[in-house]
Design a binder for this molecule. Structure first.
Ligand code: BG6
Ligand code: MG
Length: 223
């Protein structure tokens, strides 16, 4: 049975959360808006615009200002990305992707980030993917299921053949609404709704993940 793995980028393949934090923090400091590392957790996995909305915590700004602020944040973020190399891959990421490919599994990326293609290039893992879905691919971003469904379509697979790998609550919710099995990466308080939870791609085998869609007894065992 054909299987597809659809991976989120930030927090699954590489850890850009710190770069996003520093870029938003610079903007927030310049504009006198309180913003902490804890606040940054709420921005995990959501789009740039939704991130700004959450950072503002109800403060109102006009559209032109919002555009200008997002542009400023992105310029800072991209300057930080310029330093990124293959060393920024999270533990086990390359080995996991290579094993999946060797097993004949199709691989897609589903990232809310508009910078995702550049990040993938800096990490040197472009050839390991069959389809790249990014922040431009669909209109409704996570927690809507659209991006995962779009990537599954690109892989030529039904949603029931795909396993998603996600570190964000919004991403797990999106995968489940898409009707896909999901490996949650991170603490159960954040990704506990996923079909299986682990610490990272170094902590799960390709066979364990693929079994989420190929094991005919999975549903029965869960009852
Ligand atoms: C997601 C990150 O991958 O991309 C979010 O987890 C980020 O924190 C979002 O806001 C959008 O990224 P970008 O690069 O388009 O601003
Ligand atoms: Mg993520």
């Amino acid at each position: 049975m054909p299987v597809g793995f659809i991976l989120d980028l930030d927090g699954v393949i590489t850890d850009t959360a710190e770069y996003h934090f520093r870029a938003w923090k610079k903007l927030a400091d310049e504009e006198g808006i309180p913003f902490t590392r804890e606040d940054n957790e709420a921005l995990r996995g959501v789009s740039r615009r939704e991130s700004l909305r959450r950072l503002l915590k109800g403060r109102e700004i006009d559209e032109a200002t919002a555009e200008a602020w997002m542009e400023r944040k992105n310029a800072t973020y991209r300057a930080l990305l310029a330093e990124m190399t293959e060393r920024d891959l999270l533990p086990g990421a390359r080995a996991f992707l290579e094993s999946a490919r060797a097993a004949g599994i199709k691989i897609g990326l589903a990232s809310a980030s508009r910078n995702a293609p550049d990040v993938i290039r800096s990490l040197g893992i472009g050839p390991l993917f069959d389809v790249l879905g990014d922040g431009y691919s669909v209109v409704r971003s996570k927690p809507a299921p659209d991006l995962f469904v779009w990537v599954a379509g690109g892989l030529g697979l039904p949603v029931t053949s795909c396993v998603v790998f996600e570190d964000a609550e919004a991403g797990v919710e999106a995968a489940l609404s898409a009707g896909m099995a999901c490996v949650g990466i991170g603490p159960v308080e954040r990704v506990g709704r996923a079909s299986l939870v682990c610490e990272g791609l170094h902590a799960i085998t390709v066979a364990q993940a693929a079994a989420l869609v190929t094991d005919p007894y999975r549903e029965a065992a869960a009852d």
